[in-house]
Design a protein around this ligand. Structure first.
Ligand code: IPE
Ligand code: IPE
Ligand code: MG
Length: 248
């Protein structure tokens, strides 16, 4: 009998963020169109959401579409938007059944009407669920997000609600798309690249980062557990010395 490697229940990452990369290359290697890879990637999303629930993870943020991804060929962009709409329609009842609250991080005003309506409907319908939070980063870019936060705070200063000297990291946090969500403990990137691609530049300041060569469509429960076990071997020092951490 094959048993899973053991996850330490006392050291579970509370919030995991994933850069789901490698769908296109996965498909091209199989002589299939890139959209075939994106569809297989949607199956990985289902598996990883289910696994997160089962393993006791509380928040999962998935980088599904970046602000830069709008620059891809029109056909690929509309294919991805179609997959998003289909995914939301197919998963809404499961989300309700499993107590999943759906959130979105990003500029969704840019999405076409169909997927945006489906997204808004699912966010509203699941707003009171408390077991698990699925946060989709869509049309998301960290530089846009931080610029937007700067504008919101500048506006508050102009309105007399705040002075420039009062601005603190907490003010910036509450002006980001992710306001109210704790920072990710673990950030995973599949697909072999070792970069952040404009993802959660503020929030990931102290995240443990796990890069893997596995392409997103091949990233399933077993690979996810490996990433969590790797995370559990790390010592999170937050600037302190190792002795200070072990003394606590
Ligand atoms: C990630 O896979 C999915 C999105 C960016 C939407 P890619 O489409 O970037 O796949 P590769 O990196 O080209 O293999
Ligand atoms: C990052 O992947 C964005 C998502 C996974 C949604 P990209 O494939 O767009 O990143 P780059 O272009 O290789 O940096
Ligand atoms: Mg890519």
């Amino acid at each position: 009998m094959v048993t899973d490697p053991v996850i330490d229940q006392n050291r579970l990452p509370h919030h995991i963020a994933i850069i789901m990369d490698g769908n296109g290359r996965w498909a091209v290697k199989r002589n299939r169109p890139r959209l075939f890879g994106h569809k297989a990637g949607a199956d990985s999303v289902r598996v990883i959401v289910e696994s997160s629930l089962e393993l006791g993870i509380k928040i999962l943020t998935l980088y599904a579409f970046s602000s830069e991804n709008w620059n891809r060929p029109q056909q690929e962009v509309s294919g991805l938007m179609g997959i998003l709409k289909t995914y939301l329609a197919a998963e809404l009842s499961q989300m309700q059944k499993n107590g999943i609250r759906l959130l979105c991080t990003g500029d969704i005003s840019q999405l076409p009407d169909g997927p945006r309506d489906a997204l808004e409907k699912a966010i509203e319908a699941t707003a009171d669920n408390t077991k698990f939070t699925l946060n989709l980063a869509l049309s998301y870019g960290a530089r846009d997000e931080i610029t937007r936060a700067a504008k919101l705070l500048a506006r508050r200063c102009v309105d007399g609600d705040l002075t420039p000297d009062q601005i603190s990291p907490e003010h910036i946090e509450e002006s980001l798309y992710t306001a109210g969500l704790p920072d990710p403990d673990l950030l995973i990137r599949t697909g072999g690249e070792a970069r952040l691609s404009n993802f959660l530049l503020w929030q990931a300041s102290y995240s443990e980062i796990y890069f893997t060569d596995i392409m997103w469509p091949d990233f399933r429960r077993e690979q996810y557990i490996q990433a969590i076990i790797d995370y559990q071997k790390r010592e999170r020092r937050f600037g302190k010395t190792s002795a200070q951490i072990t003394a606590n």
